[in-house]
Design a protein around this ligand. Structure first.
Ligand code: FES
Length: 60
């Protein structure tokens, strides 16, 4: 259905990132948009060189 919103869902990936899916806007500290879309993977291990996004470094 056109114009229908998909609710944001956050999924914890075991030993990995947070998967955010649905319609969302990720804001920077200054509240300006950093990312909008339908799917993003956020680092929660602290090893990513692309924070706040996961770059796969958690697998090392
Ligand atoms: S969770 Fe993937 S790099 Fe941190």
């Amino acid at each position: 259905m056109e114009g229908k919103k998909n609710i944001p869902v956050i999924t914890i990936i075991k030993d990995g990132p947070l998967k955010v899916s649905g319609d969302f806007t990720l804001l920077k500290e200054n509240r300006f948009p950093l990312e909008s879309g339908s799917e993003v993977w956020l680092c929660r291990c602290g090893k990513s060189s692309r924070k706040p996004f996961c770059d796969g470094s958690h697998k090392k």
